[in-house]
Every structure is written in C-alpha cells, then in structure tokens.
Design a protein around this ligand. Structure first.
Ligand code: ADP
Ligand code: ASP
Ligand code: MG
Length: 436
C-alpha cells in the first residue's frame, strides 16, 4: 500500500483533478488523501466568521459564489450528462447544507462541520470522475476512522482499528480515496487537524495502513533549501533525515505540516515529496538515514513572541527554571527557543492565547519583557560536533541582521536564531550565500 496525498493546488481545478486521476491509476494499491480545492478552506473560514458575527446575508452570498465556482468545475470535469447530473446533486447536497447554517445562530461545533465541506467535496468529485472514466475506486470516509483524543492527539488505536476494518471490507479495491484534515474528536463531533493538516492525515493513515511509503504531492518539486516564497534560486534537496525534515516543517517550511513527520518517523515509513506540476522531478526523500554533512536548508517561522524574565537573585537559585516552566505548562503553552544568562532567561512561544496570564505569573519572579512580531530562523543540517566553523559561516552571512536570541547545540541538526520579523526576508536572502 502507498499513500498519495494531494494538496489544494493539486486538486485546484477540473484540469488538476483529471491529472490526479491520471497519476494514481494503476500500479500499487493506494490510498489517496485529498485536501480541499485551493481557496476553499479559506472561503469556508470566512463564511464561518460571518456566521459567528450574525452577518448571515454576507455568508449566504459567499456560499452562493462558491457554488457558482464549483458549478464551473463540474462542467469542465464531467463529459457525460449522467455524471454532470450526479455532480450537480453532489453540489446541491453540500451547498444546501452550508446554506442551512444561515438560518439560525452558529456554534463552534457547527463551524467545524462547515470547514469539513472542502475535503468532502474534493474527494467526492475525484471519486465521481474516476467512476466516469472507468477507474475503479472507493471512498473511505475519514470521519469513520480519523479521531483525536482528549489531548487533541491522534487516537492511534482507534484509527488503525477502524481504517483496517474499512479496508478489509473491500480487499480487492486498488484505489481508496479519503479526506485529509478532517476527523472526529473524543465526543464524536466533527473536528480537524488544524490548517494544512492533510499532510498529517496522510502520515497517520500511512502508519495505520502499514504503508510502504507516504507521498506528499504538491505544487513544488520537494523541500527546497530556503523559502522559495522569499528567496530566488532555491534548490530542491534530494534527501533529508526525519529529524531534519521535522525541524524544517516545525520551523516554517510550509510544504509539510509541522506534526506530519512524527508518525512516519516512529514507524520508519519513507516520506517522498513530489510535484504534481512536474511529476518526473525527483523530489525529496525523507528516511531515517542521514546523508551529506553540513548545512542543508533554512526555514523561518513567523508569529513568535519572546518573553524575557530578568532576576539576578532568583536565577542563581536552583528550582527557578522549574518554576518558570511550570507556568508555561499550566497554560499548556509550548516553548520553542530558550536561552539563559546569569541574570535572565528568555523563551519564545507561538501560541499567545494565555500571554497575559503567563506574564502576570512570571512577574512574581522578576521583570518581564515581551517582544512580539519576532521570527525564528532555523538552519538545518547535520552538524556533528567535530565539524568546525558551521556557526561562523552562519554568523558571517548575518553581519547586517540584529539577532535577539541564538540557540545552538540543542540537537545536531539545528541552529535557531531569533530576529525581528521585519528583518526576516533580508536575513533569509543573506543566508542563501551559504549555498553558493
Ligand atoms: P499544499 O496545498 O499542496 O499542501 P502548501 O501550500 O501547503 O501546499 O505547501 C507548498 C508550498 O510551500 C510551496 O508552494 C512553497 O511556496 C511553500 N514552501 C515554503 N517553504 C518551502 C520549502 N523550504 N520548500 C518547498 N516549499 C516551501
Ligand atoms: N484544506 C485544509 C487547509 O487549507 C487542510 C490542508 O490543505 O492540508 O488548511
Ligand atoms: Mg499544505
């Protein structure tokens, strides 16, 4: 079994959906995991926001606008009246359902049901198209096997049990199609794996189905060595270890959802990043092996807040750091970077939901400074201790960029630097000299 995951752009038009069908027909047995067509989840988020604000008329207009776009898609996708009619019935069921939310007040639970429509639509369209062109396939409803537990973590046992049962109901089927991103929570309600979560779905499905490989098909030919949205002349990387890929994904390489490497790494399943735009390009292979030394790639994560606690007296006392960390634990806020000196400790967080409470608690131990709009730049590679000069190379490139925190040695794969977000683009461009 091989898992093929296609992102939003890869299913973003009738032409692209046809291309996906082409790519997945024949060959090994597959589970195809789809995102919503590009733009759809953003539109659904917008619709939900208007519904929360009780601006139901605006929401209704947006739903109508989406429906018109999807109508154009099915006209291009299906060539027979029979399937065009089926496509219209499909759109009617999803868009009438969305419209029903404009009649009443709106809840958080209903929001999740609204957000789920994108993946339900894209998978149903691919399935119908396969039927029209004679490619045998089955829809696997993700809501019947994908589940998160009380800590919002995947319920691995439930996922495996239910996915295996559904697969075994159709032992001869060569091609299963399922939704990424969507799941149920511990109450059985519709939920999701957060934005960009289809990669995570693919990984979890790969592990549950004991797949030979998980392939993430997107609009670029693999993980590049710098952010292609900002830097020109970035290059695809042929091979990364799980650790390197996980660091890059966690620190902002949007091509992979931050959690998506964890399950495949634990199960030792190779992950391959491929481009639907140029399927023959080699892409990136991610495995347990480390290959090549030195600096491999750079990524950056925005939306970081730095918190510094200054307290000469307290810091010398043992137990101080524990007390500081306990505050973050209490508010379930994870720390990305940490640096200490004799008089201060600085940490960074990206979830600021409880920033006020955390700062108030930290005030008990010293003066607290908060800096918002920061970015972490993460330099990833295989930095074995005996390799000299890696840090020097990085800092030489950044002689013009003010750095507010530096973290080195936490792992053999990462040097992290905190910069003001306004300096990020420039820093990434300067760091590209590392590859020239
Ligand atoms: P999908 O919709 O297929 O999930 P995403 O938009 O989530 O696609 O991810 C692919 C995008 O990630 C690329 O178009 C690229 O702009 C962006 N990206 C950011 N950093 C990197 C990187 N280091 N390598 C490759 N792509 C990256
Ligand atoms: N459709 C969802 C999103 O846009 C999930 C995904 O694309 O991975 O965030
Ligand atoms: Mg994505």
């Amino acid at each position: 079994m091989i898992i093929y995951k296609f992102g939003g752009t890869s299913v973003g038009s009738a032409k692209r959906i046809k291309k996906v069908a082409e790519l997945v027909k024949g060959g090994d047995k597959k589970i195809v995991v789809l995102s919503a067509m590009s733009g759809t989840t953003n539109s659904l988020v917008e619709i939900a926001n208007y519904l929360f604000k009780k601006q139901n008329e605006i929401a209704a207009n947006l739903i109508q606008g989406m429906r018109t776009e999807y109508k154009k898609t099915i006209k291009e996708l299906f060539s027979t009246d029979e399937f065009l009619k089926k496509g219209e019935e499909l759109l009617a069921s999803h868009f009438d359902y969305l419209m029903s939310f404009t009649q009443d007040s709106f809840t958080v639970h209903e929001e999740k049901a609204v957000l789920a429509q994108g993946e339900l639509l894209s998978t149903a369209l691919l399935h119908l198209y396969c039927e029209e062109v004679g490619i045998e396939s089955r829809l696997l409803p993700a809501l019947a096997f994908m589940r998160i537990d009380k800590d919002l973590e995947p319920d691995d046992f439930y996922i495996k049990e239910n996915l295996s049962r559904l697969l075994s109901e159709n032992p001869d089927c060569p091609l299963f199609i399922t939704q990424g991103y969507i799941c149920r929570n511990r109450y059985g309600e519709i939920d999701n794996l957060k934005r960009g979560g289809s990669d995570y779905s693919a990984s979890l499905i790969g592990v549950a189905a004991n797949a030979k490989e998980v392939q993430i098909w997107t609009d670029i030919d693999g993980m590049h060595n710098n952010d292609p949205r900002i830097v020109e002349d970035t290059q695809p990387i042929k091979h990364l270890s799980y650790e390197e890929a996980a660091e890059l994904a966690y620190f902002g390489a949007k091509i992979l959802h931050p959690s998506s490497i964890t399950p495949t790494k634990a199960a030792n399943i190779p992950v391959r990043l491929k481009s639907t735009m140029s399927p023959d390009a080699e892409g990136t292979l991610i495995t347990a092996k480390t290959s090549g030394k030195g600096i491999k790639a750079i990524a950056a994560k925005d939306g970081i807040t730095a918190i510094k606690v200054k307290s000469g007296r307290m810091l010398l006392a043992f137990g101080f750091l524990r007390k500081v960390f306990e505050i973050f634990e209490l508010y379930r806020t994870s720390i990305d970077m940490i640096t200490t000196s004799e008089v201060a400790v600085s940490v960074t967080i990206d979830d600021t939901t409880h920033l006020k409470e955390i700062s108030d608690e930290l005030e008990k131990y010293g003066t607290v400074e908060v800096d918002k709009k920061q970015s972490i730049i993460c330099v990833v590679g295989d930095f074995i201790k005996k390799d000299k000069g890696v840090a020097k190379k990085v800092f030489d490139c950044l002689s013009e960029t003010p750095l507010s925190m530096i973290s080195y040695g936490g792992s053999d794969h990462n040097i992290s630097l905190l910069v003001n977000t306004k300096d990020k683009a420039n820093a990434l461009k300067e760091l590209n000299r590392l590859f020239q």
